[in-house]
Design a protein around this ligand. Structure first.
Ligand SMILES: *Cc1c(COP(=O)(O)O)cnc(C)c1O
Length: 570
């Protein structure tokens, strides 16, 4: 009997995501989208929701990052064995790709909550001897390969995933697509709900769009048109054959290209962006659709460092399962909060000093910046005017970076080289470190051990951002451009600080790099540095506010309750 059997008694919400980041030992994630998916599943488990998740096994992982002395990133394949933490379900299904039958197996990892809830995560796997060598590697790489590789992966995730759930005996009451990668599942559902040909007078009416729509929820994460997954219909026909009529598909997914977001939108009753601003931006990008917003969060237990957990346990019992408890963060005595933060900071600085050539100090204001190295995140904004930065920060600040660039993102790789170059230029004045191999463990050390968390994205490209939420859980204030979640979480001088103009005052044609950098320098010099060195009591008050106001709300427990009431039970 399949180990999934005990999950077949109650209808489930099926959550489909190309990447899910649950723990470093399962390296099938690349960044924010995957970590969000992992946190989503963890909160669903704590809340004991009827839930199952579907993703790909990615046997070669994303990649292991190495950074040379000169800041050159190289990528190594990750070696990991699914059998260490997962079991095979023993169930096989197949999909047709380019006319070949591709057989798929699946692995299951059970997420467990200390409260007793458990949720299965299903990992689709094409590596079976009955498949051809080129098909066997289809579930090896996350975001690797070309469009052809990608569309085949999406067939496996969307169509293979639905067939797998069915064959495992799981009864699904909602399908939640986390981004467009899984949107082919709608086509499989259209086949499932197809009307009897005799009952309709026109053959094109056999597709029961309404029933499928009632079953589907779609979350978009991409604030630019070019970022949405698209395929040519030529490629579609080559890969899919006659699986689904192209004329009907064009009505659902766009006339010119097969747009996975449009496909998801047209067949979902509930569509949302991941922060209020992102909901508005998406609404403007797709007029005619009703796009709601549910702001992202983080799983607070995962993203709280050990020393802070002890303080929370003592003063805010029950915090991990009811993050609203953070509303009373003000009861934590100043000295104990500071001691917990100092312990996290020491751990981080020891790590930096032993793994890099830096000589960081525990009593210097430490700025953390870690996220995917990609152009819009503007990791180099802080260095816009080197002389100015040196004048403001010499001896007073130290900066720790981390982040992977996608193997094909030359601009992202150049950013890493640039920052490592600045490290050399500022040597002896401002200590800078770039940690290699950004992962969940390093992320937690960084978000808890820094004093402030810097984020400088180009508006409106940060759909939500979540690392700043992780910082807030640990009492680390955000110093960030007003974009994504920070528009909702920011109270100036209270929960943290903004950089640059309010979202309503951004003029798209102006040189935002210069405007934002000027404000960044001005505030760093006149507000943030003096606050850290001259007014520790107020600094600790702000740490309490970050926990009490930001972590209280920007968590996945709150987010999941919103998905339940606004999307899943409708
Ligand atoms: C949280 C996290 C991210 C996402 O951070 P953003 O600020 O949303 O870009 C990426 N990678 C890892 C390892 C993380 O823990």
């Amino acid at each position: 009997m399949s180990i999934i059997y005990k999950y077949t008694n109650e209808p489930k919400i099926a959550y489909f995501s190309m990447e899910i980041g649950l723990r470093d030992e399962i390296p099938t994630f690349s960044g924010g989208l995957g970590i969000l998916a992992g946190d989503t599943v963890k909160s669903a488990t704590d809340l004991d929701l009827p839930f199952v998740a579907v993703t790909l096994i990615c046997r070669k992982g994303y990649f292991k990052q190495r950074i040379s002395k000169d800041g050159v990133q190289t990528e190594e394949e990750v070696q990991w064995d699914p059998a260490v933490l997962m079991k095979q379900t023993g169930v096989h299904v197949s999909v047709t790709i380019e006319g070949r039958e591709v057989v798929l197996q699946s692995w299951v990892y059970i997420v467990e909550s200390p409260r007793g809830g458990t949720i299965p995560v299903i990992y689709m796997d094409a590596n079976l001897p009955e498949n051809s060598p080129e098909d066997r590697i289809l579930t090896d790489k996350l975001y690797g390969g070309d469009d052809t590789y990608r569309i085949k992966q999406e067939v496996i995730l969307g169509i293979g995933g639905v067939r797998m759930l069915r064959k495992l005996g799981l009864h699904i009451k909602k399908y939640h697509m986390n981004e467009g990668h899984a949107a082919f599942l709608t086509l499989e559902l259209l086949h499932e709900y197809k009307k009897d040909i005799e009952s309709v007078w026109d053959e094109s009416r056999i597709w029961d769009m309404k029933s499928v729509k009632n079953l589907c929820v779609f979350t978009t994460h991409t604030p630019v048109a070019a970022g949405h997954d698209k395929f040519s219909y030529e490629l579609y026909s080559k890969v899919f054959g006659d699986y689904f009529p192209i004329a009907t598909l064009k009505e659902l997914a766009g006339e010119k290209d097969l747009n996975m977001t449009l496909l998801g939108f047209n067949l979902s009753k509930f569509v949302n962006g991941v922060a209020k601003k992102h909901g508005e931006v998406s609404q403007n990008m797709f007029p005619g659709y009703e796009i709601k917003s549910i702001t992202n969060g983080v799983h607070v237990f995962t993203w709280t460092c050990e020393s802070m957990k002890k303080v929370f346990d003592k003063y805010l019992p029950g915090w991990a399962n009811e993050p609203e408890t953070f509303v009373r963060a003000g009861v934590i005595p100043d000295d104990e909060l500071w001691a917990a933060h100092s312990a996290a900071k020491k751990k981080l600085i020891d790590y930096v000093n032993t793994t890099t050539s830096s000589k960081m100090k525990a009593d210097v204001l430490t700025i953390g910046f870690a996220r995917r190295a990609t152009a819009y995140k503007r990791a180099d904004l802080l260095f816009s005017e080197l002389d100015k930065l040196e004048k403001i920060g010499a001896g007073k600040i130290q900066i720790i970076y981390a982040g992977k660039a996608h193997p094909k993102d030359e601009v992202g790789k150049e950013l890493i080289r640039t920052i490592v170059g600045y490290k050399k230029k500022l040597k002896g004045k401002i200590e800078i470190a770039f940690l290699e191999g950004y992962n969940m463990e390093i992320a937690l050390d960084l978000v808890s051990g820094s004093d402030i968390w810097l984020n400088t994205p180009l508006r409106p490209l940060e759909a939500s951002g979540t690392s700043g939420m992780k910082a807030a859980v640990n009492g680390v204030m955000n110093f960030s451009v007003l974009d994504g979640w920070w528009i909702e979480g920011h109270i100036e001088g209270f929960t943290g600080w903004s950089i640059g103009p309010a979202p309503t005052e951004v003029e798209p044609n102006k040189n935002m790099n210069k405007i934002d950098a000027d404000d960044l320098y001005d505030k760093l010099e006149n507000v943030v540095i003096p606050a850290y060195y001259n007014d520790r009591a107020n600094w600790i008050r702000m740490m309490q506010n970050a926990i009490g106001k930001n972590a209280n709300y920007f968590n996945t427990h709150r987010m999941m309750r919103m998905y339940v009431t606004e999307a899943y039970i409708r």
